[in-house]
Ligand binder design. Structure first.
Ligand SMILES: Nc1ncnc2c1ncn2[C@@H]1O[C@H](COP(=O)(O)OP(=O)(O)OP(=O)(O)O)[C@@H](O)[C@H]1O
Length: 329
């Protein structure tokens, strides 16, 4: 297997707050890496320290002890990473509303602008490429106040891309977005990691999306350390259940656990999505669903001429699940 290239390495890193009343250590002795070409999702309960670690890795907050190395050699800057090494997208709303999108994305070029305040041809090209990469060229001349939350999020990601760093750190980039935009942002970040060989770390509460898109998970909440692994291994090991203590949700099946409060079994036969959603409707309404067996009410889900039908005991037929449920309830 090809060796991974570490773009960020944590060495015995402890993070938290040195307060007058004493130290509040959130994570201790972390020894992890962020690798080129990988999307890492950083998950854990509220208040566990995700934002604090992101800020520490971004050089916005001092580590309590230990070191972070960026790229090949040790970190050269005592204050944190250099601006051409790491870009960061935090949760703050954009305050400079009078600015337009292209101007804000241009801010990503500041590490390369020398003493001048004008963008070179190369800078302008990078800004245009960043806008294209996140598919917001059409918004380039819009004022920031004209944008939706999702569009603003895309603009902040474009700014980070224009900064052209091998590492991007993002704190809850999908907060306040609708499902389509959440999926789009996660897919975009995964694509960027692969295509541009970047190491991308996202602190997120999006359990479903993270499990489906992350190359690696950092999971906080078991002591002051992080459990790491690919999503599927962590789901099967039960460590997510241990950390989040899900109530009424079965992570292994990805389903809400329904209570079979009607004490009534129904046998069900069908295929694909129609079978799964029929089962969901029955279980959500308190029935136990089983495979075909004698002396149970039986439902066949059949598709004919592009239309679904539900047939009870080979006699009574329904053309919606709602009407089927009404029959049983
Ligand atoms: N400036 C600060 N000074 C002291 N303690 C702080 C400061 N900021 C955060 N904390 C504490 O550090 C802990 C971790 O906070 P942090 O915001 O990093 O958690 P988080 O995992 O990002 O939470 P969430 O998922 O709710 O965003 C919390 O207990 C918080 O009260």
């Amino acid at each position: 297997m090809a060796n991974k290239t570490a773009l960020v390495s944590l060495h015995q890193l402890s993070v938290g707050y040195a307060l007058p009343a004493g130290r509040n250590v959130l994570f201790e002795n972390l020894g992890l890496t962020l690798n080129a070409g990988e999307l890492t999702c950083f998950m854990g309960p509220n208040g566990v320290g995700k934002s604090t670690l992101i800020r520490t890795l971004a050089g916005l907050q001092k580590a309590l002890s230990g070191e972070v190395h960026y790229g090949a050699g040790p970190n050269q800057s005592p204050k944190g990473p250099l601006p051409h090494q790491v870009s960061v997208v935090l949760t703050d709303r954009i305050a400079t509303v009078q600015m337009d999108v292209r101007e804000l994305v241009s801010f990503g070029r500041y590490p390369y602008m020398g003493w001048g305040i004008t963008l070179s041809k190369d800078d302008q090209q990078k800004v245009s490429e960043a806008l294209e990469e996140v598919h917001i060229q059409h918004l380039a001349d819009k004022k920031l106040y004209e944008l939706s939350d999702g569009q603003q999020q895309m603009v902040m990601i474009a700014r980070a891309l224009a900064q052209d760093t091998p590492v991007i750190l993002l704190d809850e980039p999908t907060a306040h977005l609708d499902l389509n935009n959440r999926v789009e942002v996660m897919n975009l970040l995964r694509r960027l990691a692969r295509k541009l060989n970047k190491a991308i770390l996202i602190a997120t509460h999006e359990l479903d999306l993270a499990l489906q898109t992350a190359d690696l998970i950092w999971l906080a909440g078991r002591g002051k350390t992080l459990v790491t692994g690919i999503p599927e291994d962590l789901v099967l090991s039960g460590v997510f259940d241990e950390v989040f203590q899900f109530k009424g949700y079965d992570l292994k099946t990805g389903k809400i656990s329904h209570e079979a409060y009607r004490d009534k079994m129904i046998s069900l036969q069908g295929d694909g999505h129609a079978y799964l959603w029929t089962r969901n409707a029955l279980e959500r309404n308190g029935f136990s669903v089983t495979s075909p067996g004698p002396s149970l009410p039986h439902i066949d889900v059949v598709e004919k001429d592009g239309h679904l039908r539900w047939i009870i005991n080979q006699k009574t037929s329904f053309d919606t699940l709602q009407s089927l449920l009404t029959h049983f309830i």
